[in-house]
Write a protein that binds this ligand. Sequence first.
Ligand SMILES: NC(=O)c1ccc[n+]([C@@H]2O[C@H](COP(=O)([O-])OP(=O)(O)OC[C@H]3O[C@@H](n4cnc5c(N)ncnc54)[C@H](OP(=O)(O)O)[C@@H]3O)[C@@H](O)[C@H]2O)c1
Length: 417
Amino acid sequence: MFAPRVLRPAAPSIRQATSLYRSAAAVKAPLIRSNGGYQPGVAAQRFVSAYGYTQAKVLVYPKFGEPKDVLQLHKHSIAPPSGTQVNLRLLATPLNPADINQIQGVYPAKPTFNTILGTSDPAAVGGNEGAFQVISTGPDVQSLTKGDWVVMKRTGQGTWRTHAQLDESQLIKVDKEGLTPLQAGTVSVNPVTAYRMIKDFCDWDWMRSGEEWLIQNGANSGVGRAAIQLAREWGIKTLNVIRQRENPEETEALKKDLLELGATAVITEAELLSKEFRTIVKDLTNNGKQPIRLALNCVGGENASAMAKVLAPDSHLVTYGAMSRKPVALPSGLLIFKNLVFDGFWVSKWGDKNPQLKENTIRDVFDLTRSGKFKDIPVQEVKWTYDKDHKELVDAVQDTLSGFRAGKTILVYEGDD
Ligand SMILES: NC(=O)c1ccc[n+]([C@@H]2O[C@H](COP(=O)([O-])OP(=O)(O)OC[C@H]3O[C@@H](n4cnc5c(N)ncnc54)[C@H](OP(=O)(O)O)[C@@H]3O)[C@@H](O)[C@H]2O)c1
């Protein structure tokens, strides 16, 4: 998962530790050894010892369960990098639905539980994507230097940590010019998923640009917002389904928000499931002359079946999430008479099989971002300072799966190298 040279409890001796520097408070405060690391007793930021050990904090879990029950904030020391190792500090890491499912133990990708970070029990690190800045490199590192930005080559490396030590081969260098930490930290999962689903599951007729459609639910999600913008760029119209909000003004505001991103039409789930839905589709698609050729489904249940029913023959419905936790039930006629194809997509597996294509996809999204054609997702930023209370971080994680949120939570590190 990560390189084994990360220091375990074998932090500097107490004598060495007194030479820890950076903050006057850190020097004056009594040093406490805790969870395998050393920290000043009060009010200090984090610090690096004279021997180059970085003091890190990390959200770990020793067993599966609800985040509020199993997540722990663990302190540990990271040794100076050797060989091809790279020491990193966090810029930004999001809290994605799949991260919570992974902690709950209901996600197919199981993390590795180990004691590499000096936890008393074997533990796994939360988080699957994020942007980090290089703070130091081992002597054999070729492609990275101090100050560079990186993202993880694969999911499953554990990104909810203030600092990390990884091997150069596990990282993708990001050309940070014109990008923010938020943009770099949220590119690898949602935009890549939207991009690949639109490109790889439909043989679009580029001669009919602007006349073909895709339909999607969860349209206000990170993936949904990315799909709207990519489709707009590629001449594909989008019919977007959102859940209605508590009051009509909020629903209208969300519709407007997505229309401004480039959505062709936005309807509510209630409209999707209503008798009028077929008329809505006819009106939008010039009486069906403009085919709906792809459906993207992250909700499931009757929501997904309703989308399938308006697909043109030989189209694909790609399921990539199951937010309603309801199974996708399909009328047999859709398979027999329309030859619809029902696929699944999982970006983790796709990325492992197609590492170069993943890098290219990320670069494409960054190019669109730099040119102002790919807007930021709405976020709720949680600043992760060295003194951050464990409960605040855990509450933020626990809240991730609650619906009707104003934005995705993103942890932004504020501290020294
Ligand atoms: N297969 C893959 O490779 C892959 C990659 C990325 C994401 N995903 C999946 O895609 C989905 C969206 O992820 P994201 O990161 O884009 O999400 P996100 O930005 O965190 O947004 C969550 C979305 O889920 C909706 N939602 C929440 N609870 C729901 C419920 N009970 N019923 C219906 N919709 C509900 C929300 O709608 P409201 O605003 O109405 O609550 C919102 O649209 C998740 O299921 C995630 O696991 C899969």
